[in-house]
Design a binder for this molecule. Structure first.
Ligand SMILES: Cc1cc2nc3c(=O)[nH]c(=O)nc-3n(C[C@H](O)[C@H](O)[C@H](O)COP(=O)(O)OP(=O)(O)OC[C@H]3O[C@@H](n4cnc5c(N)ncnc54)[C@H](O)[C@@H]3O)c2cc1C
Length: 352
């Protein structure tokens, strides 16, 4: 039976859509408002590259994943073409205003609107980016252009001279995703889709192993992506508004946890909000923050440390490989976490 709590999610990315699915699975009434006019289909591969072993991680084509999530929701759950520009929190509801002149109201608003979150701004926060001094070149290569690509089941990583070069298969092996980090002293755009220069990319990896050169030669295009870090936010919630995903805890990409942590946020909220009345929302959001801020802060710190390891100048490359293996072993806690169980246990502690 649907709950009487009306939940609005701002943003239909991986975080917002998985949260909506998790909410519906628990009978919650949810509406998603997405600014884009159609589901986003930018080619890229969210992944858990460094940890993809056995059942511990999945490499997927972002567009495939978004389409799958969108199609799994009943028609009408996601309202496209609605960019949220203002939230007005009142004692018993939140009013949402959209750039197209429309408005809506809900008992609870969840900001899943990404790294430049309007909801974050509306609750008085502003995370400030600071450059990591690197940028990434990204690209997708049809696997049939690389003779060895069929053998690439796990991520392959090359490290050296302040640079790294990562390849992993996506789209059931039809495509190879490339993420190549290089030092940068210029402010590159924090964008997944700014065009990059193939010649500049080739120059960065001149003299590297043949598969690296082959991959660069096989690219039709590449994208530049400035890598910025942000300190954890001091709070995520008011009484009726909260944040999730990149809006709450943007992180550098070195452990591929942006998507995974946003999914955990949504499943945590679903457990905490099931059967919850509008009256209980503020208390449940406090539990949500207590569960998620510390954990995502730790993942943010792990990602930062991984970036430093990638960029470190060690004379002996094998030492870097040893440290990388140690670091992967230490990072197991990222995957061994059961977000739904943690939320259910927290409710028991509350006496719910
Ligand atoms: C194009 C793209 C490619 C990516 N590629 C990778 C990758 O290869 N590897 C990786 O680990 N991570 C990647 N990420 C990041 C990763 O997807 C996110 O860390 C993770 O999915 C968390 O997502 P999110 O839903 O919190 O935010 P996002 O995925 O950024 O989704 C936010 C959504 O909110 C919408 N939105 C924004 N503002 C408003 C507003 N005011 N009103 C309504 N809607 C709004 C946006 O259009 C978007 O659909 C990518 C993100 C993007 C956007």
């Amino acid at each position: 039976m649907p709950s009487s709590l009306r939940i609005a999610i701002v943003g239909g990315g991986i975080g917002g859509l998985t949260a909506a699915l998790a909410f519906r699975a628990r009978g919650l009434d949810v509406a998603v408002f997405e600014q884009a006019d159609e589901p986003i289909a930018t080619p890229a591969g969210p992944a858990t590259p460094a940890f993809s072993r056995g059942d511990q991680g999945y490499n997927v084509h972002r567009a495939d994943f978004l389409n799958l999530l969108f199609d799994a929701l009943p028609r009408g759950t996601v309202t496209l073409g609605h960019r949220c520009i203002q939230l007005k929190e009142e004692a018993d509801r939140v009013r949402l205003s959209f750039a197209n002149g429309a408005s809506a109201e809900a008992d609870l608003v969840i900001g899943a609107d990404g790294i430049r979150s309007a909801v974050q701004r509306e609750i008085g926060l502003q995370s400030r980016p600071s450059s990591e001094g690197i940028m990434a070149y990204r690209g997708l290569i049809p696997a049939d252009r690389l003779s060895w690509a069929g053998d690439l089941k796990d991520p392959a990583l090359w490290l050296g001279s302040g640079r790294s070069f990562l390849l992993y298969p996506v789209a059931r092996g039809r495509l190879i995703n490339m993420v190549a980090f290089v030092p940068s002293d210029t402010d590159s755009e924090e964008s997944w889709s700014a065009p990059g220069d193939l010649k500049a990319l080739a120059a960065e990896y001149a003299g590297w192993d043949k598969p690296v050169q082959d991959t660069i030669n096989a690219l039709d295009e590449t994208f530049r992506w400035g890598i910025y870090d942000r300190a954890p936010l001091p709070y995520w919630s008011t009484r009726r508004i909260t944040l999730m995903g990149d809006a709450a805890h943007p992180m550098v990409p070195h452990v591929g946890q942006g998507a995974g942590q946003s999914i955990e946020d949504g499943f945590t909220l679903a457990v905490l909000l099931e059967g919850c009345s509008a009256y209980d929302v503020a208390d449940r959001l406090k539990v949500y923050e207590a569960l998620r801020r510390e954990r995502t802060g730790n993942v943010q710190a792990l990602a930062r440390a991984a970036g430093k390891l990638y960029r470190s100048e060690l004379d002996d490359p094998s030492e870097k490989a040893v440290r990388l293996r140690e670091w992967v072993a230490q990072g197991k806690w990222v995957f061994e976490h059961d977000a739904e169980k943690a939320a259910a246990d927290a409710l028991v502690d509350l006496g719910c």
